[in-house]
Write a protein that binds this ligand. Sequence first.
Ligand code: SAH
Ligand code: SF4
Length: 391
Amino acid sequence: MKINLLDLDAQGLAELFAELGERPFRARQVLRWLHQAGETNFARMTDLSKGLRERLAASALIEAPNCVSQPRAQDGTRKWLLSVGRGNAIETVFIPEENRGTLCISSQAGCALECAFCATGRQGFNRNLSTAEIVGQLWWAVRVLSSEPQHARLGEDGVPRPVSNVVMMGMGEPLANFDNVVRAMRIMLDDHAYGLSRRRLTLSTSGIVPAIDRLREECPVALAISLHAPNDALRDALVPINRKYPLRQLLAACQRYVDASLGVEIAGAKWQRKGAPRDFVTFEYIMLDGVNDSAQHALDLVALTRDVPCKFNLIPFNSFPGSGFVRSPDSRVRAFREILLGAGRVATVRKTRGDDIDGACGQLAGRVQDRRTRRPGRALRRERLLSGEQL
Ligand code: SAH
Ligand code: SF4
């Protein structure tokens, strides 16, 4: 079977060229062709010898996911629905702002973690995306946006970049697809590919603790944690992975992550020489009417996170048919934020974008065929929450 070159980071390409008897710098050349020039035809890679181009064409291919549709929202948000085979499709969202362009990337078709309020979790899990399918989303967006002058934007290094920031906040749990996600992120960070800085690449996780530690050592980037509740009982119900990795363990992992960025020595952490990501974690907190949005919840949140350098991002719940939850009223979101600010914390409210194309957080549903047997527990949990049971 031919190898898809979009599955390989610099190290993988170097190994491939070593096997082909070529010098390692070929890896850098080919990375530039693949990701900066967007070239899919070996014959046009003119600085490679004809013989090498022919050998590559015989053993490799360049295959990004196919685009099925690309709706535009009225506020300029764009969405790409990309086919990942067997009737499944994943979604990628681009959010243009004045001084940055953020791409929200998916890591799995569906998600197995079943958070109560999430459209992706509602569909169940189909499969992990390959590295090519993950980085292929950025590949697609850059191809399309580069031809549109309104997205011309200079990166920190003076190189034009329509996508200045990437967030791993689309469909799926990125840390449950660790190897493919890390390989894709290494390509995003590579100067010969997309040249993103570690601070402009954010991974959001629902809290798989051992994988947070691995990320810290293998590919530290800005970290966002989907916290959503200030105590274990409520978090167990909203974010079921909490039963396996409860808050105490999760917050300790956050602390280790931040310590590492501050230069606190961690045995074997090779990346420390390469520059640190941010010196705080972002706690995402979805605002669900009557569930987790009271003044007491805010006070508990302040107490819970006292020792972790962090910022809060309050996310108004984005509804989808049959979600069973309601967005907190703006006044309650404001009151909640005031309590955090009053305690000396940094707290922002996420603007909801792309509503008219279902492009907002948690609304990404793509087209996923659930391969897993459904369990009844989820409906029960939601009922308990909605019945006003205080957690
Ligand atoms: N699986 C990862 C990343 C994808 S979800 C995670 O859970 O962090 C990205 C963010 O969207 C998470 O903070 C998630 O909790 C939030 N989210 C999920 N459903 C949502 C909804 N319906 N409205 C608003 N935010 C939602
Ligand atoms: Fe999965 Fe994240 Fe949705 Fe939870 S919020 S079900 S972890 S995608």
